[in-house]
Design a protein around this ligand. Structure first.
Ligand SMILES: C[S@@+](CC[C@H](N)C(=O)[O-])C[C@H]1O[C@@H](n2cnc3c(N)ncnc32)[C@H](O)[C@@H]1O
Length: 345
């Protein structure tokens, strides 16, 4: 289909004829198969969601005057052939209605973990793949570089591969590093996106050196998913943040934020995924304490997202017991964690 078909409609000034032509065009588009329509202009192909195209044409048809119909048509033509982004991501703002899968609300409810592809739900404490997926789509562009200093089972790297982003993961546990690197190199051959895990302590990791090896001076996004202090013991390593006192945890966390902030491009974003904990019958607002720590290192707060807590099979069995404990002990059961979004000033 050529863009000329749409442009020709702008020469029509009779409302009834314009309506008939639109009706015919809509029938043609709906008759063809495939979720995407291909529209050509000057030998270049543009793909557009068929559903979006039809709803935009229906909006043209429903307009009350020919002038308004032409206005909507011009807007549609522009949205097909020109891309406008905010330069932080690849979302085409001229077609923003098409991005139904991108969250813009601050409450994220995931009924189910995405367990497709290489994702392994077996690593206790990993985040659900939808989290890095949403963050990478909102805060990075194709070929951008991302660092995850608490990479665990490599969820960010797998999503990075899918979205053609370059992700450097740093993780204390050598066995996880080997597993993830092996899994990625075995399953992805030539696809775009350099995604690799490195073993190390993020408090001291020579990130400048690593970036130099890639001829980089900075990265475009940081995703931090630290241990929620000591609620899960990830390893016996004395540098693991889950093995530190609360004061030492925050000291190490501050060091990590500062170390990686230095290589984050100014104006770009840091995402922090964290939950709270209980200690001796008291709710410890670990999330807000960590948020404050990041703010003190020269970031501004862009959003606080509340995400529902995964209902793991381990917890499901003890739900009733926890309900009893909550009723008896005058507290509420954790059902959420936070995703804080910060921008480097
Ligand atoms: C909450 S998990 C992250 C899980 C990850 N987002 C995923 O989806 O698999 C935290 C990870 O941080 C690692 N870790 C803890 N202290 C660290 C440190 N000082 N340097 C690097 N990694 C560390 C732990 O071994 C653990 O795998």
């Amino acid at each position: 289909m050529n863009i000329g078909i749409f442009k020709k409609l702008l020469n029509e000034h009779n409302k009834k004829t314009l309506n008939d032509n639109l009706e015919q065009l809509l029938a043609e588009i709906m008759h063809e198969s495939g979720a995407e329509a291909v529209i050509t202009e000057k030998g270049k192909d543009y793909t557009i969601s068929r559903k979006y195209l039809c709803s935009a044409l229906k909006q043209v048809k429903a307009a009350y005057s020919v002038q308004r119909m032409h206005y909507y048509l011009k807007r549609l033509i522009k949205s097909i052939t020109t891309v406008r982004t905010n330069r932080v991501n690849d979302i085409n703002l001229n077609r923003w209605q098409e991005y139904k899968n991108i969250y813009t609300d601050s409450l994220w409810i995931f009924p189910k973990r995405d367990s497709s592809g290489l994702h392994n739900a077996g690593y206790w404490g990993n985040f659900i793949p939808q989290i890095p997926n949403q963050l990478l789509q909102r805060y990075t562009r194709e070929n951008d570089w991302v660092i995850d200093p608490f990479a665990g089972m490599g969820t960010t790297l797998i999503e990075g591969k899918k979205l053609k982003r370059n992700v450097i993961g740093i993780e204390l546990q050598q066995k996880l590093v080997d597993k993830v690197n092996h899994m990625i190199s075995r399953n992805y051959k030539d696809e775009a996106g350099y995604c690799r895990m490195y073993q190390g302590n993020s408090c001291t990791f020579a990130v400048d050196q690593l970036l130099k090896e890639h001829n980089l001076t900075c990265v475009q996004h940081l995703i931090l998913h630290p241990p929620y202090h000591d609620i899960i013991n990830f390893s016996a390593d004395k540098h693991c943040l889950s093995n530190l006192s609360e004061a030492a945890f925050f000291k190490a966390f501050t060091d990590i934020v500062l170390r990686f902030k230095n290589v984050l491009q100014p104006g770009r974003f840091l995402s922090l995924v964290i939950g709270d904990k209980y200690k001796a019958g008291e709710w410890i607002p670990l999330g807000f304490k960590a948020m404050q720590t990041v703010l003190e290192q020269g970031f501004s707060l862009k959003s606080i997202i509340v995400k529902n807590f995964d209902d793991t099979s381990a917890k499901r069995g003890s739900n009733e017991l926890w309900r009893y404990r909550a009723l008896a002990g005058n507290f509420y059961i954790f059902k959420h964690e936070y995703i804080f979004i910060f921008q480097k000033k």
